[in-house]
Design a protein around this ligand. Structure first.
Ligand SMILES: O=c1ccn([C@@H]2O[C@H](COP(=O)(O)OP(=O)(O)O[C@H]3O[C@H](CO)[C@@H](O)[C@H](O)[C@H]3O)[C@@H](O)[C@H]2O)c(=O)[nH]1
Ligand SMILES: [Mn+2]
Length: 530
């Protein structure tokens, strides 16, 4: 673990090799895939234009599937797992822990009831972290009075809740999850307004809980939106939060979560800092991504919303190949990577100096200053959304932003501790799932084709292995064409008496399994339909 100078890392990485039998299985299938190619080339129909083209189409579809198979196993071949040493972090940095700014986004007070939002906010305020260094910002794009008053109540309730959590070491620290109460549903009206309120000013020595301990800063922000300005959804809300938080607390580390994703592990901040503050590798890490774990997935998980394959099998492998993409929630960032252009290897953060920076101005003045930063005209003729902050103009703005961070030379880390860091809500109906998947798959393809995407801008900084790994997601939407071809064309061809598969398909499988692969599909010319 440690090197010769007695340096002990703040985190370690263990690689877990896949079991031999699985590797053997992968190799067997790979050989079988080659046999399919041989079959397609060898038995290419010489007569009949239609047959010939249908056959060639099948061949291309199979080549596509083979490529997909290859990149999938490139990712799954050698996953890695990360472990942190929080005790070492405390020993070395307890006094100089950096400020952390947490961004929670909400948009729709009906779909995302205020009670759920404030539960998330309270769980974030209750992190096991010095409160004077913690700031929680809520961006409310739904401009809901109810959400605001819920936040006001939350700020009062936090005076009881935070000491309770700390005293009894409660987990999880979302009151609703802890007491397992069903959320309330309450429709509210919305209107346009620009509103910023520092509900708790963490610098104020009078901001105490009822046991005399300091409270974290708590800010409510409803940025300005007007019909003549595109509001760019969550991405612009996040950019407003980045600017406002820079003025109010300026934490060098930020965390962003969706409002339906509460903190399930009060040590997550310290875990994340073990990566950023590691003396040897920390300076190259741009963000630490947690999995999007769902709390409402049913046993049969009809629509595959648990995303288990992605987060249990693929992300550990992508981490081994160079680092995961940014998925928009449950992600810690170095603030500079969201604002600055390039990662510079020589630039190491002086954590002691950063911890000493003080924010001047009283809360009311800060609120007034921040109103300008959160107005809808602020970004006009600036680089926000293009070079700075979260990117606009793509269905998957988080993915695009993560990709551009990677293109600028930062590394990313995937961390999935035993006790889940965050728990969120998955879509519950088929329609919601389809809308989400359409957005994700279309967005991934957009990133691939984008002029600023990893293949154009990033090939110098992103290793080829990682680029190929990302292709599982980038090409997810494009997969529909060969799949459609494969299910539709053979059936249509059968109607005209054309078979695109070997006639004795069962025999083929037996031969194939028995190791008769060298003989092609195990069918002689006579057996072949053509
Ligand atoms: O104008 C908007 C729209 C949405 N949101 C918030 O953005 C988050 C995600 O939006 P949602 O509609 O819930 O999308 P999901 O498909 O559930 O979100 C997943 O996919 C998104 C990318 O498409 C990511 O941004 C999210 O982090 C990820 O959880 C939620 O907290 C919303 O409140 C805003 O703040 N402003
Ligand atoms: Mn959501």
């Amino acid at each position: 673990m440690g090197n010769n100078n007695g340096y002990l890392p703040l985190f370690e990485t263990k690689s877990s090799r896949r079991p031999f039998l699985i590797k053997l299985y992968v190799l067997t299938i790979s050989v079988a895939i080659c046999v399919i190619w041989v079959y397609r080339v060898r038995y290419l129909p010489v007569e009949g234009i239609l047959e010939r083209w249908a056959w060639i189409g099948m061949f291309f579809a199979e080549l596509w599937f083979s490529f997909y198979w290859f990149i999938t196993h490139l990712v799954r071949w050698n996953p890695i797992f990360r472990y942190t040493f929080k005790d070492r972090l405390s020993q070395r940095y307890e006094k100089d822990l950096p400020r952390v700014d947490i961004f929670v986004c909400t948009a729709d007070p009906e779909m995302e009831p205020p009670i759920m939002v404030i539960n998330t906010v309270l769980s974030m305020m209750a992190y096991d972290y010095p409160p004077e260094k913690l700031s929680v910002y809520l961006s409310d794009d739904g401009v809901s009075e109810l959400t605001f008053y819920a936040m006001l109540e939350a700020s009062r309730f936090s005076k009881y809740w935070l000491p309770f959590c700390k005293k009894f070491n409660v987990e999880p620290r979302s009151p609703e999850a802890y007491f397992q109460i069903e959320p309330l549903d309450d429709p509210v009206k919305t209107k346009e307004w620009l509103f910023i309120k520092i509900l708790i000013d963490g610098r104020d020595p009078l901001a105490m809980d009822n046991e005399g301990q300091r409270l974290p800063t708590l800010v409510y922000l409803s940025r300005e939106k007007r019909p003549q300005y595109p509001h760019n959804f969550k991405a612009e809300a996040m950019n407003a939060l980045i600017r406002v938080s820079l003025r109010i607390s300026n934490g060098p580390i930020t965390l962003n979560v969706d409002c339906d994703m509460y903190s399930n592990n009060s040590s997550s901040l310290r875990d994340a800092l073990c990566f950023f503050m590691d003396e040897e590798k920390g300076h190259e890490i741009g963000y630490v991504q947690y999995p999007q774990s769902m709390m409402n997935v049913t046993k049969n998980d009809l629509y595959g919303n648990s995303l288990n394959v992605i987060f249990k099998m693929e992300f550990p492998g992508i981490d081994a190949n160079g680092g995961p993409m940014y998925i928009g929630t449950g992600c810690f960032h170095m603030r500079v990577n969201l604002c600055e252009r390039k990662h510079c290897n020589e630039h190491k953060v002086d954590w002691k100096r950063v911890a000493d920076i003080k924010i001047e101005g009283n809360a009311r003045d800060l609120e007034e200053e921040c109103k300008v930063l959160a107005s809808c005209a602020y970004e006009e003729n600036t680089q926000w959304g293009i070079e700075v902050g979260l990117k606009y103009g793509c269905l998957l703005k988080d993915g695009m932003t993560g990709s551009s961070i990677r293109c600028r030379g930062w590394r990313s880390v995937y961390f999935n501790p035993e006790r889940k860091g965050f728990l969120g809500l998955a879509p519950t109906t088929l329609l919601q799932t389809l809308v989400q998947q359409e957005r994700w798959s279309g967005g991934e393809l957009q990133i691939l084709l984008s002029r600023h995407g990893p293949f154009f801008d990033g090939y110098k900084n992103i290793p080829l292995k990682l680029l190929l790994s990302y292709c599982i997601y980038f090409l997810w939407a494009a997969n529909c064409f060969p799949t459609l071809y494969y299910v539709v064309v053979p059936s249509l061809c059968l109607l005209r008496g054309i078979s695109l598969f070997p006639k004795n398909f069962y025999g083929v499988m037996v031969h194939f399994k028995a190791g008769g692969m060298i003989k092609g599909f195990g069918c002689s010319k006579e057996q072949h339909p053509i």
